[in-house]
Design a protein around this ligand. Structure first.
Ligand code: PLP
Length: 384
């Protein structure tokens, strides 16, 4: 049976070229980059190269790139860092953020900070007007994700950054889903802090970046050594940062061409599902959407049922975000977009990757139509 992986927003495989580049740093060039002997210095050189590569792609200085252990850590550092520096105040974020942002803000609320969770419209977009109105005298941070992990909606990042700059409020964006899919120039876009994670763009799990604009004055996150210019201690994982930089470089090679193909596949899949399976609706924006994201609701049935039947056919999909699957709660993101509870429960996210093909999409639609029909036949809500 052919296996088809359609859950690239949860994580991706590591590209062979990335893996090959990483290998020597496990076995041969294993020195501690902080060591002064040649073992250490060779490793240190590789880390510097990786940092330069990331800086070039983001259009920032290498001294503005901090390697972390993951996207979640980067988000925590950005938000907690500003909170710690200011001591008190008001944070603006959105209701559709990843738990790494939402739960960090909720934690800060327990410590006396106040937080505005901006609502979204039915396409998953925040309103720039509402953002403006939410700003208070004591607003210390605006954190809005670049693109959503469940429905793929891309936020008006440049407009948000402009408002933040006018009001002299630091602006952080969780770009974990957008990185490798959208070109991001932190200087041109006016971004002060940005989180990314390698395992979402064909790099290894366990390594991320927090970009911090020089002069922002974000404090240390992990104490205990001089790594990452004394801001984030812990022995540098040379193989991981080499993997991240290699994957990032590959992701931005011929990006526009790859996106044309990806969007074609995405729209083909959406069109065929909506046409061939009755009582289905697309969630999220039609154009301001990540090139690989398909999120559709199937009336009268539950997403978990579809997921399990498709899995038996070798097709891997997701209900909502990977973090909330396992719990049977409806997606917070879909509910906040005004999707009715039943429909939210009956939604499936398919996120495409570079190894997928149009031919596979036909196979997926056939299997999906069968699964949906089977489940509806058993559903008390559905009457043919
Ligand atoms: C995956 C993801 C994260 C978390 O990144 P990890 O590296 O898995 O910790 C954060 N934000 C968004 C939008 C994500 O998709």
């Amino acid at each position: 049976m052919e296996k088809i992986y359609l859950d690239h927003a949860a994580t991706t495989y590591v590209k062979e070229e990335v893996f090959e580049k990483m290998k020597p740093y496990f076995t041969e060039i294993f020195g501690n980059p902080s060591s002064l002997h040649s073992y250490g210095q060779t490793a240190s050189y590789a880390v510097a190269e990786a940092r330069n590569t990331v800086a070039k792609i983001l259009n920032c200085l290498p001294t503005e790139v901090y390697f972390t252990s993951c996207g979640t850590e980067s988000d925590n550092w950005a938000i907690r860092g500003i909170a710690k520096k200011k001591g008190k105040g008001h944070i603006i974020t959105s209701i559709v953020e990843h738990p790494a942002v939402i739960e960090t803000c909720q934690e800060l609320e327990k410590n006396g900070f106040t937080v505005t969770y901006l609502p979204v419209d039915k396409l998953g977009m925040i309103s720039v007007e509402e953002l403006k109105n939410a700003i208070q005298e004591d607003t210390i941070l605006i954190s809005i994700m670049f693109a959503n992990n469940e429905v793929g909606t891309i936020q008006p990042i440049e407009e948000i950054a402009k408002i933040a700059k006018e009001k002299k409020i630091p602006f952080h964006t969780d770009a974990v889903q957008a990185m490798g899919a959208v070109r991001i120039d932190v200087k041109e876009m006016g971004i002060d802090m940005l989180s990314l994670s390698a395992h979402k763009f064909y790099g290894p799990k366990g390594v991320g970046v927090l970009y911090v604009r020089n002069g922002l004055g974000l404090g240390k996150f992990i104490t205990g050594g001089e790594q990452e210019r004394g801001m984030r201690a812990g022995t540098t994982t040379t193989h991981q940062v080499v993997g991240l930089a290699t994957a990032l470089e590959l992701a931005y090679e011929n990006l526009e061409e790859k996106n044309v193909r990806m969007v074609e596949m995405r729209d083909y899949l959406i069109k065929n599902i909506l046409k061939k399976i009755p009582y289905t609706t697309l969630n999220g924006h039609t154009t301001k959407r990540l090139p690989n994201n398909v999120n559709i609701s199937y009336e009268f049935i539950e997403g978990e049922g579809i997921l399990l039947l498709l899995d038996m056919d070798g097709i891997a999909v997701s209900t909502g975000s990977a973090c909330s699957s396992g719990s049977l709660k409806s997606s917070r993101v879909l509910l906040s977009m005004g999707v009715e509870e039943g429909l939210a429960h009956g939604s499936i996210r398919m996120t495409l990757g570079e190894r997928n093909s149009i031919d596979q999409m036909d196979y997926v639609v056939t299997k999906l139509a069968n699964s949906v029909a089977k489940l509806r036949k058993m559903s008390p809500l559905y009457q043919d």
